[in-house]
Design a binder for this molecule. Structure first.
Ligand SMILES: C[S@@+](CC[C@H](N)C(=O)[O-])C[C@H]1O[C@@H](n2cnc3c(N)ncnc32)[C@H](O)[C@@H]1O
Ligand code: SF4
Length: 376
């Protein structure tokens, strides 16, 4: 597979992919809307100690799922661009020692570059990173990233307080002129236990009402599609062929290892699918790995029902949709034809010529309800 034909692959026949997610749990400061596993530390981080722990956890995971061919690696966070390039290189070396690396492997690193971090970009490139995903704060850093990497993406949050569709359209048009091949556009979510949640509860932060949110969403779809960056997933837009192959591993319910504090994995062992999660707190994760050789605190075998629900929940986010036959194999029973017929009639889903079931543009704003209906 090459970097340009990922989505062109027929999702029904594509070889199962294996991804590795590596979580770097530190940020310079905490954004008031963010509930990701990210922490601010004022003392220097002992990166050599983290490298030893990442290496141990990679070895322990590879012992459970040996012989895999890694097609994607994703350094997420937190702010992975705070890592030294040598740290990234050492983690990539550890992955390569325990699994086979596919020749066209996609290696993404999330970055919130300040001018200092931007100078590290060449180091990441030399270490083996070939794609960078930039955070919202980074619009003016896009040019620097594009100079160092062939493949770049950046994130923007919309549906912000008082944001009008006109203002968003102007911001998005400007972003698209800077964008390379991929954009992640997230509607602001008010997450529990964040400063934004407190402001929201006090009426001091007002998010757009349903109609405005819908208009913002429609504006997003129209502008991106017009610029050659259609949505291939509910919040992700790419030039055809430039989709993030790592995130496709999740949405197509393939297998992935979760390495580092608070990382989730899905491992296929002995014909069963294991859902794994590691200790979230960075220092507790380190100590756990140092004493046990891994940081796993959750390791649950999924039932057929859970696998089938997850397949629907993830797969229906994709514009390509899901293969109903794969659903039937996972669930042990087909989707209910009456429910599909009703959703068809409502215009929320459609069946493609090659038999994929997918959510329509009109159905995407009510995706949660569509999934709940099909999974019931
Ligand atoms: C969790 S961050 C990790 C990478 C990097 N630190 C960054 O900020 O981009 C990834 C993205 O999640 C998105 N995000 C975080 N909290 C969000 C929220 N409450 N609503 C919508 N998007 C959010 C932001 O777009 C952010 O760029
Ligand atoms: S930089 Fe990214 S991960 Fe860190 S707090 Fe902000 S949104 Fe969250």
């Amino acid at each position: 597979m090459t970097g340009t034909d990922a989505i062109a692959d027929n999702p029904r026949t594509a070889a199962p992919a294996f991804g590795v997610y590596v979580h770097w749990p530190f940020c310079l400061s905490k954004c008031p809307y963010c509930d990701f596993n990210s922490h601010v530390r004022h003392a220097a981080i002992d990166e050599a100690r983290f490298v030893r722990a990442f290496t141990a956890e990679i070895a322990a995971t590879a012992a459970r799922v040996p012989g895999r061919a890694v097609s994607t690696i994703f350094f997420g966070g937190g702010t992975p661009s705070l890592m030294q390039p040598a740290t990234v290189g050492a983690i990539l070396d550890a992955i390569a020692r325990h699994w086979t690396i596919m020749p066209e492997v996609e290696v993404t690193l999330e970055a919130n570059p300040t001018s200092v971090e931007a100078t590290r970009f060449r180091g990441y490139r030399a270490a083996g990173v070939n794609r960078v995903s930039l955070g919202v704060q980074a619009l003016d850093a896009v040019a620097i990233a594009r100079a160092a990497f062939e493949r770049t993406s950046f994130d923007l949050i919309y549906a912000r307080p008082r944001q009008t569709p006109q203002a968003w359209a102007a911001e998005l048009e400007r972003a698209i002129t800077e964008a390379g091949e991929h954009l992640s556009l997230y509607q602001l979510t008010i997450e529990h236990d964040t400063p934004f949640a407190a402001l929201h509860a006090a009426g001091k932060l007002v998010t757009p009402d349903e109609d405005t949110a819908r208009a913002l969403y429609d504006t997003t779809q129209a502008i991106c599609a017009g610029a050659g960056l259609p949505a291939y997933e509910i919040s992700n837009h790419a030039r055809p062929g430039a989709e993030c192959r790592h995130n496709l591993v999740y949405w197509r319910a393939h297998e992935y290892a979760g390495i580092g504090p608070g990382a989730h994995g899905r491992l296929d062992i002995g014909g069963e699918r294991h859902a794994t999660a590691t200790e979230k707190r960075p220092e507790a994760w380190l100590m756990r790995v140092e004493s046990l050789g891994h940081g796993v605190v959750v390791d649950e075998v999924l039932t057929r029902e859970q696998m089938a629900d997850e397949f629907l929940l993830m797969g229906l986010r994709l514009a390509e949709g899901i293969d109903p036959e794969r659903y039937a194999r996972l669930a042990g029973r087909p989707l209910d034809p009456r429910r599909i017929a009703i959703l068809h009639e409502e215009g929320a889903v459609e069946t493609t010529a090659d038999g994929m079931l997918r959510v329509t543009l009109a159905g995407f704003p009510i995706l949660d309800a569509v999934v709940a209906d099909l999974a019931a």
